[in-house]
Design a protein around this ligand. Sequence first.
Ligand code: ZN
Length: 350
Amino acid sequence: METTEPQPLTVAPAWIERHCVVPDGFRKGDPFRLYGYQLRYLGAFYSVRGDARWDPDDPVLAPAFVYRRGLLVGPQKLGKGPHTAAHICLEGVGPALFAGWAGKDDGYACADHGCPCGWEFGYEPGEPMGMLWPTPLIQITAVSEEQTDNIYDALRPMIEEGRLSDLIRRTGEDFIRLPGGGRIDTVTSSAQSRLGQRITFAPQDELGLWTPTNKMTKVADIQYRGLAGMGGRASLTTNPWDPAENSVAQQQYESSATDVYRQFTQAPRHLSYRNKQERRKIHRVVYEDALRDRGGHIDLDGIEAEAADLLERDPGQAERFFGNRIVRGIGAWLPDGLWDAAEAAVEGVA
Ligand SMILES: [Zn+2]
């Protein structure tokens, strides 16, 4: 072993940019370019342990990687839906597993994996190589169908409008069959019976809404067990949560586990979300390079308009959704307790 430092599986994000396309909007069908925050996330998610050993007869799956799961916390409209869709494509038909350390002249060739696009990726000697899951079983999971649809509706055109249509011939209304017998399904809390299935990848969305009350805590546990059995991994995406709800997002963020990668870009605490100028600074930080003036799709004025609108009705949610902050309940700036008293008073009136 020359090194024990973790090393990113660089073929993984490169494969995404080669094969995935923008799923909607004016640039629909154009190559999908990963934002800096997405590259950072995927770079960590596909970071291979420096001491990972390669045995072609018994490949190391999840344990080859530094992290067992990833948690991406971001504001509304950041692009988490297309990000997750691209991640699913990679886990479904791209090099998402560790396949040993590259020697001189090693490379990844699409032609070896049933993709006619002609792409070849040359590895640097000593960097990790990637391979496909033989039979990927992927469950897009969220509290409601509306939420799983957010991802699924980005996933279908991402496949249909680009090169992946040669690999995945048909995408269905409800699920997608993958070459080799794999499939991509959507599941919600109402599909308990299908949750026990052995899965290889679980994109879990809006994790801030997964609570003991709606039984999603149990769903998360079942999926983590299923993944552990298969050597698979989970990617968790969410807006910031309400700390009063004890969500799975909060548990995963606060747990002492060192093999959970957590990415949560926050603005300096002293900036007040109630002050328009400071709010703008907050948005500048949390939307990162998804901002239009940095080459992205997010218009600061548009975000401000929506945030200001929501602030009037539900300041806590506005600060969580657009300010990317963990804020309790609806009245962020009332001290805890005082808010409960106010709420009780309102209920009394009603
Ligand atoms: Zn290809």
